[in-house]
Design a protein around this ligand. Structure first.
Ligand code: PLP
Length: 330
């Protein structure tokens, strides 16, 4: 069973999602940093989705989608393929809504992620990522068990849910001049753009990708979706190969620009978050701040963000501790 509606989401869907998420998702805090303000000569506002339930914004889109299942879909349950934050978000949302969940993960996924997904009550089905096709396996399972497959970004309810993070930020911090948002498949960016159109039309929204995986930047320049091989980057949440059929048009029509940053810049941002702001951020979660810094040109005396009010969406904080320790020590 697949989800029926593929109509592009609008701001009304974001507002409806916010209503559904009330009391279910955390209203995450907006943090400030004098050090960052001084460095960029701007006022920065960090929206901390690393402090969201399951450690990333993905809970918003997952819960918003599952909450709209029909009774029959609810009874059969949900299926997702993911080695990352989408898995945990679906697993917890399914538990909260009392429905079965199956998550298809590569057999060599980090043990901590599998354990976390199981702890939220989902059944984990593994596959060999080198010899088996996960989409075929997922489709087969979904068909066999009548479960509904929920994709990580290219679905209207997922996009609308992700947009609620930026909605909260715009409502709490008026008159933002810029908002920086990371880009994988573009669900978070597309949702943020819908929120910006309605709540902060003056705000320029900039997407940020890893340098080695700049497919969205290429797509924006080309005017159509560009697909790339799976990129090598420490930003594992942004190792997507292409934007989605639904996310691309929204990004093409409304994003100010898409920029990219190196893994080295991401590691510097991780250290900044740990040392100065006392928060744990995963590499992908640091894209937006690294992007704001690169955009400003502050490192070379640049002043592009001087005097501006700048939102930075920190997307997640799930990182294996041994790996995190290596990033901090390097
Ligand atoms: C999924 C994810 C992203 C990318 O989000 P998209 O909606 O696919 O663009 C970024 N950061 C984190 C922490 C994620 O889990």
């Amino acid at each position: 069973m697949t989800l029926p509606s593929l109509t592009p989401p609008t701001y009304d869907d974001v507002a409806a999602a916010a209503h559904r998420l009330k009391g279910m998702a955390h209203h995450t805090p907006v943090l400030r940093s004098t050090t960052a303000d001084d460095l960029l000569g701007a006022q920065l506002f960090f929206k901390c989705e690393n402090l969201q339930r399951t450690g990333a914004f993905k809970f918003r889109g997952a819960f918003n989608t599952l909450a709209q299942f029909t009774d029959e879909q609810r009874e059969r349950g949900v299926l997702a393929f993911s080695a990352g934050n989408h898995a945990q978000a679906i697993a917890l949302s399914a538990r909260m809504l009392d429905m079965p969940a199956v998550i298809v993960m590569p057999a060599d996924a980090p043990a901590s992620k599998m354990a976390a997904t199981r702890a939220y009550g989902a059944q984990v089905v593994t596959y060999d990522r080198y010899t088996e096709d996960r989409e075929a396996i997922s489709r087969h399972l979904a068909l066999e068990r009548g479960m509904t497959l929920v994709p990580p970004f290219d679905h209207p309810h997922v996009i609308a849910g992700q947009g609620t993070a930026a909605k909260e930020l715009f409502e709490e911090v008026p008159d933002l001049d810029y908002l920086f948002v990371c880009v994988g498949g573009g669900g978070l960016l597309a949702g943020s753009l819908l929120a910006a159109q309605a709540l902060a039309p003056q705000c320029r929204v900039v997407g940020v990708e890893p340098e080695t995986g700049n497919d969205a930047q290429q797509s924006l320049r080309a005017g159509h979706i560009v697909r790339i091989p799976t990129p090598h980057t420490i930003a594992d949440g942004a190792q997507t190969q292409a934007l989605g059929e639904l996310t691309f048009p929204i990004i093409r029509d409304h994003a100010e620009d898409i920029i990219s940053v190196s893994d080295e810049q991401l590691m510097q941002s991780l250290r900044f978050f740990a040392e100065r702001m006392k928060i744990v951020v995963e590499p992908t979660g640091a894209l937006a701040y690294a992007g704001a810094q690169a955009f400003s040109g502050a490192d070379n005396g640049g002043k592009l963000l001087h005097g501006e009010r700048v939102g930075v969406l920190i997307s997640g904080g799930n990182v294996d501790l041994a790996r995190y320790a290596r990033f901090l020590a390097d």
